[in-house]
Design a protein around this ligand. Structure first.
Ligand SMILES: C[S@@+](CC[C@H](N)C(=O)[O-])C[C@H]1O[C@@H](n2cnc3c(N)ncnc32)[C@H](O)[C@@H]1O
Length: 315
């Protein structure tokens, strides 16, 4: 986090996003990538809500005299993108109400096409929490905030304090992120018994484009703070914190690899729109070459995931 040097214009690196509030796009391609990503992540996690978080049950209303009058549990998704996590959760918890927030809701369905228990609202999560949302939620979920929290001057602490402030006392946060520390290029290895499996390889002699993309994405550890989510939550007052890592099985390495190339292409395109033409071109070339390496060598860029959870204490 913090002060990253300005890279050479033709270098492929995520440092080029230093002056952008968000380094990916808002369009149909970006929406498709997010939707694919949701299903892939769910396949790896096997949950939407981390099993350590108690499933919320309806709360009796303060004025209720019978058990049938209840308030629905309230769940928020911050930076909700296409709203697919919320849609999935609305089926899992039909008795809950789910609110999605994003700085740009153009990738989400119109309200008329959403389940009745979902509401979306525009909010820049780096600005103070609106007064009506303080202490409102039983659960707050975030996925993939890393690309708007890793800028040159962005400090994630106020964002975490916002998550804290959205929660009721006793409420839980779940934050899903990329694990760029364990990011690697996976390649098939053939053993004498001709059994093929993936292994993580450092050094890219036979996959130079994938290796250059790995280094570009790593960007001198720019996103590495995300593996320490539990510690960051604890520092801002959360308790019962933990971070769990999730790698993909071999059978999904290729699917993730293709999806990462989409992200790299989108990142490059955004740089091009911002006038960084040479860097954008470099990303474009690398994505094409990396695809050829992926097919020809049996290799893929792999970026595992972490899930951080924590509870706001009951004071
Ligand atoms: C990589 S996408 C992830 C979307 C969604 N969480 C998912 O996993 O599919 C990041 C999202 O963050 C949103 N975003 C960027 N800056 C933001 C900000 N300051 N406040 C709220 N949302 C923001 C973007 O519009 C985008 O929808």
């Amino acid at each position: 986090m913090g002060d990253y040097s300005t890279p050479a214009p033709e270098t492929a690196t995520f440092h080029h996003a230093n002056d952008q509030p968000y380094s990916l796009q808002h369009n149909h391609l970006a929406a498709c990538r997010l939707n694919l990503q949701h299903y892939l992540w769910r396949e790896v996690f096997q949950f939407n809500l981390h099993p350590s978080i108690p499933i919320p049950i309806p709360n009796p209303t303060s004025t209720s005299t019978s058990n049938s009058e209840t308030n629905p549990p309230l769940i928020a998704d911050i930076a909700c993108g296409t709203a697919l996590w919320l849609i999935d959760m609305s089926h899992q918890l039909p008795h809950a109400h789910l609110d999605g927030f994003d700085i740009d809701l153009t990738q989400a369905p119109p309200p008329q096409w959403l389940p009745e228990n979902i509401t979306l609202r525009e909010w820049d999560a780096l600005t103070p929490v609106p007064a009506d949302l303080h202490g409102r939620y039983d659960i707050v979920h975030v996925r993939l905030a890393v690309l708007f929290l890793s800028g040159r001057d962005v400090d994630p602490a106020p964002f975490i304090r916002n998550l804290y402030s959205l929660l009721k006392p006793g409420g839980w946060v779940q934050w899903d992120e990329l694990d760029c520390v364990r990011m690697c290029v996976k390649k098939i290895t053939t053993t004498p018994s001709s059994f093929s499996s993936f292994s993580c390889c450092l050094g890219g002699d036979d996959t130079p484009a994938l290796e250059e993309l790995r280094v570009a994405c790593s960007a001198d550890g720019r996103h590495d703070w995300a593996v320490g989510i539990a510690g960051m939550l604890e520092k801002e007052g959360f308790v019962d914190t933990r971070t769990e890592g999730f790698d993909e099985k071999d059978e999904l390495v290729r699917a993730f690899g293709d999806q990462h190339l989409l992200t790299m292409g989108e990142f490059g395109a955004k740089l091009g729109q911002g006038g960084k033409v040479k860097a954008a071109q470099r990303f474009g070339v690398l994505v094409e070459e990396a695809y050829r390496e992926m097919v020809g060598r049996g290799a893929a860029l792999s970026i595992p995931r972490v899930v951080g959870v924590g509870r706001k204490p009951v004071l």
